[in-house]
Ligand binder design. Structure first.
Ligand code: CDP
Length: 254
């Protein structure tokens, strides 16, 4: 049996890929299993739940509704607010820490900015739209999974969008390009590049990068992202189709 070597002492002796297979048995461009359910919070205007590998995330959307505080309102369109939060029990690292942090502020900001590009906010002046994202279980790639779930929740809330958005992280582990990094690859690999892409126009709405990649590697990774985002889009569309098709809606089961 192959023995995986995971060392927290640095990335030099970490073997994350053996014979073209990753620590969780996936091939290099294989996504983890993704399940999305829409409309999981009856009290919200729109909602979604995503299981992406071992990530479990719930997302609620409220609005357009009155902008509070009022001075934050814009006559040009709705103000988009986004709050990403990891629950204290979502991972061993996060335990005993709850509430906002530099990281949660950053993730809330980048998710909001990505979605602002596709939402037709101009249709709802002087209002606000709120997105609440709660990570129940984290295993690498929560920002991309959250963005993917938030797009479904916004569509479920009926907020007009000019395009759908999906997101995935790509990067380099054991000197090899891989799609959809899990936690060991994210934490111990050489680089990590979360990307969000609009479905029809293929516009890049989020690009972040940790570590180093060559121009040639980035260009290869963008091709991988496009293919993966098309797959993720199918899961998003299916979740939305399911909720509107079912006449007798089955209650959501966790
Ligand atoms: O989740 P994402 O990959 O978008 O963000 P990250 O900052 O690159 O974190 C990678 C992973 O490390 C997260 O998904 C969590 O599993 C873990 N993490 C954690 O458990 N607690 C933190 N405070 C930060 C990260």
């Amino acid at each position: 049996m192959t023995e995986w070597v995971i060392s927290l002492g640095g990335t030099k002796d970490v073997q994350l890929i053996i014979d073209g297979k990753r620590t969780d048995g996936r091939t290099l461009d294989e996504l983890r299993a993704i399940r999305i359910e829409a409309g999981v919070i009856p009290e919200a205007d729109g909602s979604s739940y995503i299981e992406w590998g071992n990530n479990k995330i719930v997302c609620g959307v409220y609005g357009p509704r009155e902008c509070i505080p009022r001075h934050g309102a814009s006559p040009y369109g709705a103000t988009l607010k986004c709050r990403y939060m990891m629950s204290p029990f979502s991972s061993l690292e996060e335990h005993s820490r709850s509430g906002p942090s530099r990281r949660s502020n950053e993730l809330s900001k980048v998710i909001r900015e990505a979605l602002e590009n596709v939402l037709l906010l101009g249709k709802f002046p002087n209002t606000q739209i709120e997105i609440y994202i709660d990570v129940l279980q984290a295993d690498g790639g929560t920002r991309t999974a959250s963005l993917t779930a938030a797009a479904v929740a916004l569509a479920n809330a009926g907020i007009p969008m000019k395009d759908m958005v999906a997101a995935v992280a790509v990067g380099k582990a054991s000197e090899t390009l891989v799609v959809d990094l899990n936690k060991p690859e994210d934490n111990l690999g050489q680089s990590d590049m979360p990307i969000a892409m609009s479905h029809r126009d293929k516009n890049l709405l989020l690009v972040q990068m940790d570590g180093l990649l060559t121009k040639e590697e980035i260009s290869r990774m963008l091709d991988m992202v496009e293919k993966s985002c098309d797959e993720i889009h199918e899961v998003q569309a299916d979740a939305l189709r399911r909720i509107y098709k079912t006449e007798q809606k089955e209650p959501f089961r966790w």
